[in-house]
Write a protein that binds this ligand. Structure first.
Ligand SMILES: Nc1ncnc2c1ncn2[C@@H]1O[C@H](COP(=O)(O)OS(=O)(=O)O)[C@@H](OP(=O)(O)O)[C@H]1O
Length: 654
């Protein structure tokens, strides 16, 4: 060995001594270097490589790859009798092939980043003379600044202006007649510490840019995010521990915002926050099944009605957007392909398909959805969708889970209720093979399309986060739980069953655990625990007050005990769905408010539909004979056509 080494070195030396030898060595080294680069490049994780993403996601969503029968039916014009139980068997038309192939870039938001949309332009905070302040809705007068800065309470940087980065706080101190302001350093800090969608922040943009897209409380975001790095991720059960226990939050978090009066009486809340953002009115809510989505929908209905917003209703006042088809813009009543997106709120059950949704709502829309722990979700789904092919023959959920493929046929048109229902509703293939890559792609795709994912187990916390994101007030997100089952139709689950459900719904489980984690990170970043807790408490107080004002008895009652039939929710499957009785003798305004809080989804939707599309007044001219209505299967008459059509919301003309 030693001999060989010596021999090699001697020979190499000889080679290196002559000119061609040196050239040969250099050339070899160059080749070696290039090969190394190739290898390193191959090892890099793929970033933004849409071709790769598309290929992989096509696998995730193209059902036909795994089962030739399991293809979409979106080319068939929607009919009244389209229903969840119909088989999705059809050949795709070429024009829709791309969408049904469901490529990654179609799921992602438009490639243009959010901040480059007109109302989300990235705007650095900068000095702004007071004379121009009419452009700026949120500013402190020099007087207010001085009085705040000279306050005896300012012990720490955080105490001066909660959430203001140090560089910005310095700028505040330096100014005599400037308004808000930060140095580019602060803007840089902010950039580093906020997500892309938080970047459209300004305190001095022209009014038309303030209308949307400026998330509230920019400085709070930036400081909190600085304080809690991503290394210190929160878990839900960790969340309510005090910051002292966790030792993470700065001292100013202790201060109630109520105490933070500035100068001549303006509050930080008022000065910094409430005027910075304007309520968002363009909204897409993906109504994921069995995840408290009807309660969220009620919130959207009330807000939309109160503010005269338009809803993207299913054709002819149906109650689902031809679910389980992937969403198509033409499923929406009043949609016309030539016109720009025109509806404010899209919130009926649909199977998400981003490019089609974009045709219906303006590009400024906030996209959000709500998730539920797949264990509870499946327990609920098993009872509610007991009539579906997968569940109807199983005597219990346990029996189903013991041998799922005895009952479950992935090619059945209603199979999605029995497996990975959330995955399905987000537009993906619920029967896809679970690989890390696929899961990762799916999560990234959801993240790219949705601004906010709420968690039904933390419903009140979710509502606080929602109101922050939408820049709504607390009252707008107060609700009573709707579509809840009576306890007699709930079954407790053993831990073994729970594990089986997680394994069977693995894709849903991945979605849920990921967004449960990001939910708490988001809360931490945007609100902070102290304020969250205060607002949750306020929300619960408000709900209790409303319950005392509006409801007979202590709360929800069984369907037989609901006296007003227009308030009786649809009873479905084996579930007994609870409802409410409202108090007698309320004044008109209170009755109007209370009724809306407890009106079930179908009735409310129908009433709003009639308001948006008033029926034609009767004419004297002879009517054309009505077309024979298509036949519905009995199980769907309530769902699609809406038994509720005969109901009327008191306080509306229809
Ligand atoms: N506020 C609140 N917090 C937590 N959970 C809530 C809330 N409101 C409704 N729910 C529960 O959500 C379940 C109904 O979900 P959906 O309304 O999405 O069902 S549906 O798909 O529209 O039929 C249903 O779950 P189950 O009772 O387990 O079936 C409701 O109890």
């Amino acid at each position: 060995m030693l001999k060989f080494r010596r021999y090699l070195i001697t020979n190499l030396k000889a080679i290196y001594r002559c000119q061609p030898g040196r050239l040969w060595v250099s050339f070899s080294l160059l080749i070696l270097l290039m090969v190394s680069f190739q290898v390193v490049e191959k090892l890099q994780p793929t970033r933004n490589c849409h071709c790769e993403l598309e290929r992989a996601l096509q696998q995730t969503t193209d059902h036909s790859q795994e089962s030739p029968d399991y293809v979409l039916q979106t080319h068939i014009p929607p009919r009244e009798d389209d229903h969840p139980y119909r088989q999705r068997k059809a050949v795709l038309e070429p024009a829709e092939n791309t969408q049904d192939g469901f490529q990654m870039h179609l799921y992602y938001r438009q490639v243009t980043p959010r901040e480059s949309s007109p109302d989300r332009q990235e705007r650095h905070w900068a000095w702004q003379p007071t004379e121009n302040s009419n452009k700026m809705k949120a500013y402190l007068s020099a007087q207010q600044l001085k009085s705040q800065l000279s306050s005896p309470r300012k012990a720490t940087r955080g105490d001066i202006f909660p959430g203001v980065p140090e560089s910005a706080a310095t700028a505040l101190g330096d100014t005599a007649d400037g308004v808000l302001f930060t140095s580019s350093i602060a803007a840089e800090e902010h950039k580093k510490t906020t997500s892309p969608q938080m970047m459209g922040v300004t305190l001095q943009s022209p009014p038309q840019h303030q209308a949307m897209g400026s998330p509230p409380r920019p400085w709070v975001d930036s400081v909190k995010h600085t304080v809690l790095g991503t290394a210190q991720l929160l878990r839900a059960d960790d969340f309510y521990r005090t910051e002292l226990e966790r030792g993470l939050l700065p001292s100013w978090a202790e201060i109630s915002t109520d105490e933070m009066a500035l100068g001549d009486g303006g509050q930080v809340e008022d000065v910094f926050f409430q005027k910075v953002c304007k309520p968002k009115t363009n909204i897409v809510f993906l109504k994921v099944h069995k995840s408290a989505s009807s309660t969220v929908m009620n919130i959207l209905f009330r807000f939309g009605e109160m503010h005269n917003l338009t809803f993207a209703f299913p054709l002819r006042g149906g109650h689902q957007l031809f679910y389980p088809h992937h969403f198509m813009a033409r499923f929406v009543q009043g949609f016309s392909p030539g016109k720009p997106p025109q509806f404010n709120i899209l919130c009926h059950h649909m199977r998400f398909l981003r490019p089609e949704v974009q045709k219906v709502v303006p590009s400024t829309a906030v996209y959000f959805s709500i998730l539920r722990n797949p264990v509870q979700l499946m327990e609920s789904s098993f009872v509610y969708y007991k009539g579906t092919s997968a569940f109807s023959r199983a005597r219990s959920l346990e029996e189903f889970l013991s041998q799922p493929y005895r009952f479950y046929n992935p090619t059945a048109g209603d199979s999605h209720y029995a497996r990975n229902l959330m995955t399905f509703d987000f537009g993906f293939n619920p029967d896809a093979q679970v690989t890390a890559k696929r899961v990762n792609l799916m999560l990234r795709a959801i993240e790219a399309s949705f601004d906010l994912l709420l968690i039904s187990e933390y419903f009140d916390e979710s509502m606080v986060l929602l109101k922050e994101t939408l820049c709504w007030d607390l009252d707008s997100v107060v609700s009573f739980p709707l579509n809840s089952r009576d306890s007699s139709t709930r079954s407790p689950l053993s831990s073994i069953t729970a594990e089986k459900i997680k394994a069977w719904n693995r894709l849903d489980w991945e979605i849920y655990t990921h967004f449960n984690r990001t939910f708490w990170e988001r809360v931490e970043r945007d609100i902070g625990r102290e304020r969250l807790w205060r607002e949750v408490r306020a929300l619960r107080q408000r709900r209790a007050e409303l319950a005392r004002t509006c409801l007979q008895g202590t709360g929800s009652v069984g369907p037989k005990d609901i006296k007003d039939s227009s308030l009786r929710p649809l009873q479905y499957g084996n579930a007994r769905i609870l409802g409410y009785n409202i108090k007698q003798g309320l004044d008109e305004a209170t009755e109007h408010m209370c009724r809306r809080l407890v009106t079930p989804e179908l009735q409310y939707s129908t009433a709003l539909y009639k308001k948006q599309f008033p029926p034609n007044p009767p004419q004297n001219t002879p009517q054309r004979p009505l077309q024979k209505p298509p036949q519905l299967t009995p199980s769907l008459q309530g769902m699609q056509q809406g038994k509720a059509l005969r109901y009327r919301l008191k306080g509306t003309r229809h």
